[in-house]
Write a protein that binds this ligand. Sequence first.
Ligand code: IMP
Length: 199
Amino acid sequence: MPVLIFATHNPHKLQEVQSVLPASIRLLSLQDVGYKENIPEPYDTLEENSRVKALTIYEALQRDCFAEDSGLEVPALNGAPGARSARFAGDHASDAENLALLLSRMEGISRREARFRTVITLIWQGKLHQVEGICEGTIATAPRGKGGFGYDPVFIPEGSQQTFAEMSLDEKNQFSHRAKAIRAFCDLVYRLTAESDSR
Ligand code: IMP
């Protein structure tokens, strides 16, 4: 059975990933392995941040592990907030402050398309692999709904009239970037497991 360390200190994410992963993949948290250090996210791209998070844990523990990084990309804002989504309005900004800044930057802009993207980096038997999940959509002119987190109240995924914040978690998972990335990640783990079993 593959045993993987998830390089996050966020218990919410751990739970979300665990709920999508099949029981045949065993997940360990950083708490399970006693890792307490901060994990850096110093770069401007999701690919680099996801990679450095996975490498940080691999270098410290020398064990199979993975990390994820997600963000909202708005073409009319040249791809912002992107890898800075959590810190758009400042290093310690709240979700509400980030969302308010996004709406103010989008004021008067009619091109409202956007996408959420998740990049997962897996380090498996010393080799690095990346998969992504994308959810295309548009930015509403005002927040709607009480569920979810981050930019959910203003993001309307393609194929729906509702914002993510107006959906249940199950409904959101039918569209979400993170759910798609986790599915691609599961396929990758199955493929790698099958390949090493056949050797
Ligand atoms: P993370 O890399 O998954 O921690 O995501 C970084 C930031 O992107 C979050 O703090 C949110 O601001 C934003 N974000 C990522 N995924 C979502 C989502 O599913 N809904 C709303 N905001 C999100």
